[in-house]
Design a protein around this ligand. Structure first.
Ligand code: PLP
Ligand code: ZN
Length: 454
């Protein structure tokens, strides 16, 4: 065991350079359909050309053993990212060993993966959530593989992450968010850098934003970001687990995360599969513990019922009201990739995983405990994950010596405010929900934006 650990260290130092990074841009990776098993070259391909209801998964051709490079933020792990170039702005998630919360819960090996802003710990993700890990490689992959302009619907955190990347790189993006989430749209860059962002506010919730996005993306020159099916998003979020594995020198026994779509947890599973394949980080697949925020918890209800499908009438009763009542509405995905091959259900089966339904009150208490023990404010979603960990400890599902990775998917907003201005992004358009959308009204303005940026 000791020797294996040393090996990692030597490897890291020996290979910390970019030598063969750009030598084989076209053969670095391919996509594999988990439905038919065929290899597919990447042309910003998000679905199998033969139409299988399956995720595609990236296969990296060289570097079965991943290198941790240096000085490039999340792109230190470019070996396992579906892009050719690194983006100069890549901040990185961090991992550290908990003292306060670990002691409080009686856990000796509690490790925290933190995606957000916390300079004292070396975390500089200014959009304060792990959505930033999805945005950077996705923008790059679009540029490298499609040459089109990205359309991103979200409940706020995703669009903000893409907007920040856009403001800092000039890569254009069309962001579509519910009006109620418009206060989540800001960047830390100067307002004059926001011209590459076309923000649309929608009168409705997250699913209305998605519906409108599905219409707008039909316009010339635009491409859908792709959600869970987009390998750049998943492999980007997988960097949390890669960073943790290098820090912990092993994959964990247990992994905890709050989910809306579950994309982040699928990403964790895929990262663990690759890390186990690497050979230096252990052989046992971690158990993945995901949590949803009651009253809106379709994955939780379907899994409790032992179903591989989500049934709206049973698992999403009064969805609109339920979503409004949530402590963390970024977890309000109505159509998670649950049944699709390689999706959430397969992930849970493949990792002996489990799902928790967490109340608002439990989340609040957990968030407070985390802040007082660890010293940073949390995104409400991350508090849901902390509450799930507390539940698991109380029920004896995890024990004292277990190596646990708690994915704190967002936090540090208050800390960021102390250091940076948060400049609001103004919406260029406000739209009624998709039923009344007249595409020709939108078309003129959007097309002008597209022409100006392609
Ligand atoms: C989006 C989000 C999640 C949930 O991620 P999914 O991949 O949709 O499951 C969790 N935490 C934060 C802070 C988020 O922004
Ligand atoms: Zn296929």
């Amino acid at each position: 065991m000791k020797n294996a650990n040393l090996n990692i260290v030597t490897r890291i130092t020996k290979t910390s350079n970019l030598k063969h990074q750009t030598s084989k841009p076209n053969t670095k990776y391919q996509l594999r359909c988990l439905g038919c098993g065929k290899a597919i070259p990447d042309r910003y391909t998000n679905i199998c050309p033969e139409g299988h209801d399956s995720l595609l998964r990236t296969e990296y051709n060289y570097s079965m053993q991943i290198r941790k490079l240096s000085g490039m933020g999340m792109f230190n792990y470019i070996d396992w990212l579906p892009v050719d170039a690194a983006m100069p702005i890549g901040a990185s998630p961090i991992t550290y060993k908990s003292e306060g919360l670990g002691k409080e819960l009686g856990l000796k090996n509690l490790f925290i993966g933190f995606s957000g802003y916390w300079p004292e710990k070396g975390a500089f993700m200014k959009t304060c959530s792990f959505k930033e890990l999805e945005a950077s490689p996705t923008c790059l992959r679009v540029k490298e593989k499609s040459g089109k302009l990205l359309v991103v619907p979200s409940a706020g955190n995703t669009s903000r992450a893409f907007a920040e990347v856009s403001a800092r790189t000039g890569m254009p993006v069309i962001a579509i968010v519910p009006k109620s989430s418009i206060n989540r749209m800001w960047t830390t860059t100067a307002p004059e850098n926001q011209s590459s962002i076309f923000l649309i506010a929608v009168d409705g919730d997250y699913s209305d934003a998605i519906a409108i996005s599905n219409e707008i993306v039909k316009l010339e020159g635009l491409i859908a970001e792709g959600g869970a099916k987009n390998v750049a998003r998943r492999d980007g979020m997988g960097v949390v687990e890669l960073e943790a594995a290098f820090f912990m020198r092993t994959v964990p026994d247990h992994y905890f995360q709050a989910v809306g779509s579950g994309t982040g947890a699928i990403a964790a599973w895929e990262a663990f599969i690759r890390l186990i394949g690497d050979g230096r980080f252990g052989e046992k697949m971690p158990r993945i513990h995901i949590s949803q925020n009651l009253p809106f918890a379709p994955i939780y209800h379907a899994w409790q019922a032992g179903r591989a499908e989500i049934i709206a009438d049973k698992d999403m009763i009064n969805a609109g009201d339920a979503i409004k009542a949530m402590y963390s509405d970024v977890l309000s995905t109505r159509n998670p990739p649950y049944s699709i091959k390689g999706g959430v259900y397969d992930m849970l089966v493949g990792t002996q995983g489990t799902v928790y339904g967490i109340t608002n009150e439990e989340s609040r208490v957990a968030g407070k405990l985390f802040e007082s023990e660890e010293g940073i404010d949390l995104d409400p979603a991350a508090a849901v994950a902390v509450a799930a960990l507390i539940t698991a400890v109380d029920s004896g599902v995890v024990v004292k010596e277990d190596k646990i990775l708690l994915n704190i998917t967002g936090g540090g907003y208050n800390r960021l405010k102390a250091d940076h201005r948060m400049n609001r992004i103004e919406a260029r358009m406000e739209l009624k929900s998709s039923a009344q959308l007249a595409l020709d009204v939108v078309e003129t303005e959007v097309s002008e934006f597209v022409r100006g940026h392609l």
